[in-house]
Design a protein around this ligand. Sequence first.
Ligand code: 5GP
Ligand code: MG
Length: 179
Amino acid sequence: MKTVQIKDKEFRIYLTADQIDVAVGKVAARINADLAGKNPIFVCVLNGAFVYAADLYRKITIPSQITFMRMKSYSGMQSSGTVKTIASLHESMVDRTVVVVEDIVDTGYTMQRMIAQLRDLGAKEVYVTTLLRKPDACKVPDLKIDYAALEIPNDFIVGYGLDYDEEGRNLPDIYVVND
Ligand code: 5GP
Ligand code: MG
């Protein structure tokens, strides 16, 4: 079994680049069908979602734009519970159909905060797509995730944009920590 070592932790392969590509393609097809004619603006949540956003957005075929916002809630392998906005948006969200692009929804606090901020900025409707979702870790019961590519158990993962202590984002596959 394929493993990688990052700092003090060993990780084993969990989802291959091909499996991810298929799942991303399905999400893109749904968004292309559902949001045609709405001229949506995609908002990628940095840092983790940059790889997913790049792959997803190249499969989007409807007129749309993309921009970036930076949030931070994790340090090491723990969700800190407090979500900080590090860099905010320059584009107007007023009356826009917005699609938040996230790498992973864990407790859900980051997404809850994002959705609230985008509504405050005047967004007409806010959709959420995430590459990964950990349903067992969710602490926001009524959180609306419109397009989740893959659902995973409550384990710590790296690769495809996701880091362990700022490393491993460049791995093309997704790995789970070996305990
Ligand atoms: P939440 O606010 O939903 O608890 O956490 C969301 C953020 O925590 C994600 O955007 C992601 O950056 C980070 N995160 C959550 N789970 C994991 C994980 O298993 N691995 C990594 N590398 N980051 C995670
Ligand atoms: Mg993230």
